[in-house]
Write a protein that binds this ligand. Sequence first.
Ligand SMILES: Cc1ncc(COP(=O)(O)O)c(C=O)c1O
Length: 372
Amino acid sequence: MPHPAVAPEPRAPPPPPGPTPHRTAGGDNGTVTWSDTPDAPEPSGSPETPGSPGSPVLAGLPGLPGLPGLSGLSGLRPRLPSPVQEVVDERFERYGVRLVLKRDDLIHPELIGNKWRKLAPGLAAAGGRTVVTFGGAYSNHLRATAAAGRLLGLRTVGVVRGHELRDRPLNDSLARCAADGMRLHFVERSVYRRKTEPGTLAAVLRDAGAGEDAYVVPEGGSNALAVRGCRALGEELTGVADVAAVACGTGGTLAGMAAGLAPGARALGVPVLKGGFLHREVEALQTAAFGGPAGDWSLDDRFHFGGYARTTPELDAFAADFEQRHGVPVERLYVAKVLYALVALAEEGAFRRGSTVAAVVTGRPFPEAPGR
Ligand SMILES: Cc1ncc(COP(=O)(O)O)c(C=O)c1O
């Protein structure tokens, strides 16, 4: 499908009041084109729980059709569909394979990548209530939720794994959350692990001062609404790619994207956590979102590089080299791993000659995140 060429630099919404926004799109090079399709855990060392669709607090969410609250969100001017960037890379060309980057990192300067797709439906459903969510000390999801709170005038509470962090200076990621107005509530790791149990959740909400009618977004943002929000990612890739690859934490983005792909296209997930538990989780998320399995998807568990937030000199060198070759900032904890996986798979002959592979750029580097 042809992509009408447009100005290469993304339109960023005007900077919001408050702290300096995350690094914006300026400085990228390479040719960015728009796809012409219709608009359509947080992990931190341990496997994440992909939401709890059965939780009473999450029950009774409105269905996606209509989503009245989304009109308020459109004031944030997301760049949708996100651009598709062609990259010329001999590591694919030599096998007759085309690589494109689905630049979800350009959707919004603060609700970056899959964060927009996953959070937007939930923020609409929150209907102005306090939004409570969960994450580790470097959680991209917490930062995105805090930014959304500031941009939309919503109160946000972040439940942070690690009670011991309470008495330490905030790292850059949590400091950004706090500066965006998020109230941080630190909990013991053992409590955090049980946060989807109704009794524990109720106690945590009470201790966090979240209020009775708080709207709970699960860790990593992956619930049924979020997964349905990610379906548009797959739809936007119709006619663009034969294989669409995405890095997985909770698996919510993969679950939604796979459901949106056209018949004949397949989705590939690259888990960044060790453990091999994700297949089940993706199935559960698809069942919660769509009533059952959806789309053609698979996981390749070989590219976690030791687990969440782990990296190796080889991966770092790969990411730095990719940035240099293509002028695209490579987020190290997720995006570097999926790009590395695709190069390795091309070499293994996993992609048919003449096919197009899309790598979803789900995030941008945050200055102080580990691995940077
Ligand atoms: C940059 C980035 N890419 C990919 C993912 C994985 O998303 P998911 O948890 O939906 O698998 C995350 C986690 O939220 C992320 O922060």
